[in-house]
Design a protein around this ligand. Structure first.
Ligand code: ZN
Length: 220
C-alpha cells in the first residue's frame, strides 16, 4: 500500500509550482489523543507532512491552507515576506525537503519560518496552531524544556490576541491557554479559563470544548 501520494502546490510568492508528498488518507491511523488533542499516530507521523515549503523562495505554510493562503497576501505583506525570506536565504542553508523522507529538523525549520510568515500576514490564530505543532514535535522528542518554552511563547500570543478571534479560534485558543496553565502547574488559572469556556459555549461537535471538559475533570 502506498502511504504517500504526490501532490502539487503553487507558491503564492514566486508563483512556481512544486511537488510534495501528502499522506494518503488510508495511511492516517490515530491510536489515541493526548490531553491537548495531540494525535498519537500508528505508522506514518502525519504531523511532519502538514507543512510545505517552496524550494525556490522558502515560502512555508500549512498544507491545509494551500487553497486559501492567496486571499491573505497583498502588495504590502508580500514585500515584507520577500524581505524576510531573503534574510533566511542569506543566513541559513536550508535543504528543502517536501518528500516522505523529511527530517524532524527540517520540520522544525518549517515551523519557525511559517510562524513568522503567518505573523506578517497578521494571522495570530495560525501562528498559535503552527506553534502547537512544534510543541508536539518536542514532546515526541521528550524535550520538555523546549516544549514548555514554545508553550510559554504561545500563551503570550494567545493572551495578546484571542479576544479578537472568531468563535472557533477563540475556543481553540482558550482551550490551549487553559492547557498551558495546567502544564505550568497553575491549576487555579487553568480551571478559571476552562470553566468560563464551558459556561459560555455549548457545541457538542467542537472537539476543543469536549477536550476542555475532559481536562477540567483532570484538575479536580
Ligand atoms: Zn516560492
Amino acid at each position: 500500500m502506498n502511504e504517500f501520494i504526490r501532490d502539487f502546490a503553487i507558491c503564492p510568492i514566486c508563483e512556481k509550482e512544486f511537488a510534495y508528498d501528502k499522506v494518503a488518507s488510508t495511511a492516517i491511523k490515530v491510536s489515541s489523543y493526548d490531553l491537548d488533542l495531540k494525535p498519537e499516530y500508528r505508522g506514518v507521523n502525519v504531523l511532519l507532512y502538514s507543512m510545505v515549503t517552496c524550494p525556490d523562495c522558502y515560502f512555508t505554510f500549512q498544507e491545509s491552507d494551500k487553497n486559501y493562503i492567496y486571499d491573505f497576501i497583498n502588495e504590502t505583506n508580500k514585500n515584507q515576506i520577500e524581505e524576510f525570506l531573503l534574510k533566511i536565504k542569506m543566513n541559513i542553508s536550508l535543504e528543502v525537503d517536501n518528500t516522505s523522507q523529511k527530517s524532524e529538523n527540517f520540520f522544525e525549520s518549517q515551523i519557525l519560518i511559517a510562524s513568522n510568515i503567518y505573523s506578517i500576514l497578521n494571522l495570530p490564530s495560525e501562528v498559535i496552531k503552527v506553534l502547537i505543532k512544534l510543541s508536539w514535535l518536542y514532546r515526541e522528542q521528550k524535550d520538555e524544556e523546549k516544549e514548555l518554552g514554545v508553550l510559554y511563547y504561545c500563551a503570550k500570543i494567545i493572551e495578546n490576541y484571542y479576544e479578537k478571534f472568531n468563535e472557533d479560534d477563540f475556543i481553540l485558543s482558550s482551550f490551549y491557554l487553559g492547557y498551558i496553565y495546567y502544564r505550568f502547574q497553575n491549576k487555579k488559572e487553568a480551571a478559571n479559563i476552562l470553566d468560563s469556556l464551558i459556561r459560555n459555549y455549548n457545541n457538542p461537535k467542537n472537539q476543543y470544548l469536549k477536550a476542555a471538559k475532559f481536562l477540567r475533570g483532570e484538575l479536580n
